[in-house]
Design a protein around this ligand. Sequence first.
Ligand code: WQD
Length: 334
Amino acid sequence: MSILVTGGAGYIGSHTSVLLLNAGYDIVIADNFSNSSEETIARITELGGRAPAVEHVDLCDMAALDAVFARYPIDAVIHFAGLKAVGESVAQPLFYYGNNIVSTINLCKCMEKYDVHQLVFSSSATVYGMPETVPLREDAPLHTLNPYGATKLVIENMLRDVSASNADWRIALLRYFNPIGAHESGLIGEAPNGIPNNLMPYITQVASGVRAELSVFGSDYPTADGTCIRDYIHVMDLAQGHLQALKKLPTINGIDAYNLGTGTGYSVLDVIHTFEEATGVTIPYRIAPRRPGDAPVSYADPTKAHTELDWKAERGLHDMCKDAWRFQLQKEDH
Ligand code: WQD
């Protein structure tokens, strides 16, 4: 079976590509390398034991994308490609709407044209906005707090309409909670450009001395230690969720959404302390003002993915921290 993996050189895409190769799938990675590196392809090849086909294309370029579909026999698509920085999306909303939505429209048009109707889409727990109750089930109310989140929700809604228009479509919307960690080899991981927006890459950069200290955004939330609670999930568990979703696609009733989380919430201070225990490195931090738009508490009810996809997160926070740190150390060796 041959899978088109858009954004396959990115953080979650690269880990999923390795597992797909390990599981015997043929894959075609389509990436514009705007937030990923060609070097990652060599690492995927090493860990996957085989080389993926690679197409350096931007999905917003319809002719280039069409050529990819013309060139390869594709059975299903996993669509990771997209811009994902919340702050940048607030500063450049048209860039975010334009890129994320146009690329997905082009992808669906090509899929229709080439009679490919199986799609796994990278959605996000951000579609739940400020959760009213936790744990979050897939039928919780959806609303968004920033343009990045809005693009995910617009695409979810668009895919529902697409699926309703033609009974051939089989679409899985995977709502990721907070992916962290790295492949246990340390060869691939999360490598953001510039100052990290997300907690774990910031922590690993403080640990390695690239940054002096971590700012903890708010300590007066209504939680046990006053800091925000999130459902951190190991990127390898998340990657495995995509393989399970792929297997499920043929029997999906048109379109369905699945939470990919562990079901357990940890505070920012829990993450700092677990990182310190797992690595032996101290993280200097100071309490800073709240970051606008942060939900106090968010974690998944992952029951649906468990029962319908036969998937469950297996790795704990300790492993997530250890693996994230191994990747950071390995990166510095190069
Ligand atoms: C986690 C916690 C911060 C940085 C975001 C997007 C979401 C999804 C994943 C991806 C929060 C705190 C963070 C720091 C801190 N998108 N924090 N100091 O906000 O849950 O989710 O990333 O593509 O759509 O919104 O994740 O890692 O940014 O923050 O105290 O320097 O860590 O306040 O409580 P978040 P995060």
